[in-house]
Write a new protein. Structure first.
Ligand SMILES: Nc1ncnc2c1ncn2[C@@H]1O[C@H](COP(=O)(O)OP(=O)(O)OP(=O)(O)O)[C@@H](O)[C@H]1O
Length: 131
């Protein structure tokens, strides 16, 4: 484990490396993170196949970023709670459940965004298939 003791420009790039390590660590340890990333890849491929307009792409990228960012913060809060309060405590429960709530909220937004963005292209595609 290394602390960021660099200065100036070096410190800036070290911060990026530590952030990338954090994302990689969350991906390796959290099943939910793997599921969210897998779904994000499927959604991006579907958006390319349906040739969605730029506005729809931006909405999808916003939803994907929100979910992944919420999942990363949830993982950070879980790790912090496990470190400072491994024993059962109502505040530990509140912190973990609230962080999980943020993930749930962002996931609901992502589902609504997906329905809004894909509804008409999918209906049009089915209509073409049936005609
Ligand atoms: N120290 C604690 N004190 C009180 N309740 C806790 C504590 N740790 C966990 N819990 C309860 O158990 C639930 C599950 O906690 P856990 O740490 O297993 O996280 P998780 O939601 O299963 O996440 P993951 O599986 O991604 O690690 C929490 O949401 C909380 O309600």
């Amino acid at each position: 484990m290394v602390k960021n003791t660099a200065v100036g420009r070096k410190k800036f790039w070290h911060s990026f490396r530590f952030a990338a390590q954090g994302i990689a660590a969350a991906f390796k340890s959290e099943l939910n993170m793997k599921v969210h990333c897998g779904l994000a890849v499927i959604v991006i491929i579907a958006a390319a196949v349906f040739r969605l307009p730029p506005g729809s792409w931006m909405l999808l990228l916003l939803a994907i970023t929100l979910v992944l960012a919420a999942e990363l913060l949830n993982t950070a809060i879980e790790a912090t709670i496990d470190l400072v309060s491994p024993e059962i405590h109502p505040l530990a429960k509140k912190a973990k459940d609230t962080a999980a709530g943020a993930v749930l909220l962002s996931a609901v937004f992502a589902v609504i965004t997906g329905i809004y963005v894909f509804y008409h292209p999918v209906i049009d595609w089915i209509a073409v298939l049936m005609s």
